[in-house]
Design a protein around this ligand. Structure first.
Ligand code: SF4
Length: 143
């Protein structure tokens, strides 16, 4: 079946595999954006015990009319702990981080999904993720 029929029968109908290895690649490296809205900023503030104003000032910036998390000069997310190689706000991480790698751009076709593996060693391996769960995650954000 071709990808042209993907609206009816997505190529990942039988589910996919993914388990985060916590390598940290998606939180570091090449510059990018991690969109955050007011509710997500509030959740981060609540988790860290800081004010929403401080979170906005110290960890976000405006880009293309929206708010994104900031990065250090080396590309690390400002919420990434380089020693522990982990996210310091994991429980309150934004939807963009929660739904990775099940973004529309990665699910567009199998080649797009397969191309993730060099940078995201968890994609295509580990726990089975059902079609319904993939849909649930991908519908939360359009990336
Ligand atoms: S790149 Fe993939 S495996 Fe590595 S931390 Fe991110 S989601 Fe996990």
């Amino acid at each position: 079946m071709s990808d042209q029929n993907s609206e009816q029968e997505p190529w990942y109908r039988d589910g996919l595999n993914f388990t985060c290895t916590q390598c940290g690649n998606c939180c570091t490296g090449a510059p990018g954006v991690v969109w955050v809205d007011d509710a997500e900023i509030k959740a981060i503030a609540d988790l860290t015990g800081k004010s929403t104003g401080e979170i906005m000032l110290m960890h976000t910036r405006l880009y293309a009319g929206r708010r994104t998390l900031t990065e250090y000069a080396n590309g690390d997310c400002t919420f990434f702990d380089p020693e522990k190689r982990g996210c310091t706000i994991y429980e309150a991480r934004p939807v963009q981080c929660r739904t990775w790698p099940f973004w529309n751009s990665n699910l567009k076709d199998k080649a797009s999904w397969d191309s993730l593996s060099p940078d995201c060693p968890g994609a295509g391996k580990g726990a089975f993720v059902s079609f319904e769960e993939i849909q649930k995650r991908s519908e939360q954000i359009d990336l």
